[in-house]
Design a protein around this ligand. Sequence first.
Ligand code: PLP
Length: 355
Amino acid sequence: MSIYFSGRLRSLVPYVPGEQPQKKPYLKLNTNESPFPPPPSVAEAVAAEANRLQLYSDPDSRALVEQLAASKGVKPTQVLVGNGSDEVLSFAFQAFADETHPLCFPDITYGFYPVLAELYRIPYTCIPLREDFTVDPLPYIGCGRTVVLANPNAPTGIALPLETIEKIVRANPETVVLIDEAYVDFGGESAILLTEKYENLLVVQTFSKSRSLAGGRLGFAVGSEKLIADLHTVRNSFNPYNVNRMTAAAGVAALREQAYYDENCRAIIENRAWTTEALHALGFDVLPSQANFLFARSERIGGETLYLELKQRGILVRHFGASRIAAYNRITIGTRVQMERLIDTIKTILEENDP
Ligand SMILES: *Cc1c(COP(=O)(O)O)cnc(C)c1O
């Protein structure tokens, strides 16, 4: 740390992303990317746009916003796009939380929420998940706080039904309820259409998981016109050109390929069921996932040990140190061939570990 680093930030502990090895060719099952590349039309759109990089992007990303709005059945004024949903979350935390509207979110959830809260010095409370890792809705009812819920949750994969989300939104008219739907395309129910009914609901989604564009960095929010206008105020005070030309073009092209992505999601859901069963057969506990990953533990091997053994054999999964979930690993669902390699490798490890 330099002597110049702001006193405000000295205690900041940054978010640690999953490993992104640039050399050794690992089987990457650690950051919930899609195993499928974007369709050729997306690459073509990006290549065409590269010829116009001397020009700034459209600060309103109109073509993309209009197409997104049409695909979600809302008005363009109800949509904001960002440089990954992490940026959209950052705008929303700045816009809708402060000392008088402190944050609350589960103790086990996306690790970026507490980091953003610390960065912006927003007080926050972590509400424990129930013993079975489901969200107990009660503490969120009329809580007087800005609520942030990932649905399905990460790293558990467990989804709340839409009616529970609506109950929480309805019970907090004084604060914003932010639903992070990064994984909704793998079996969850989206709250987007509820934004017509509730001024305090903000739904955030990403192109990183189901749409094979993690490297493109594209996320978006849908909410009432007033909430979205507030987010634009923050965005235009930070980086008006927050979505670059190539990514905006990729997004527009991706939205025309719904059938391709639907088929990929179907394959992931099928592989998720296959992998769940295979892990059960090996004696693992697997949480019921509606996402493109599984959260699993075995009494036969510690969470960190399994993570390290898999890594040594060229497979990366995600292990978290927090004591409540240290026995678990989060495993991204890939292709069937990748899942077969994972299961075979786990079998070998278990046999060597406990013959
Ligand atoms: C992956 C993820 C994000 C971030 O996605 P980007 O759009 O790539 O920034 C947001 N929320 C949750 C819960 C995620 O798992």
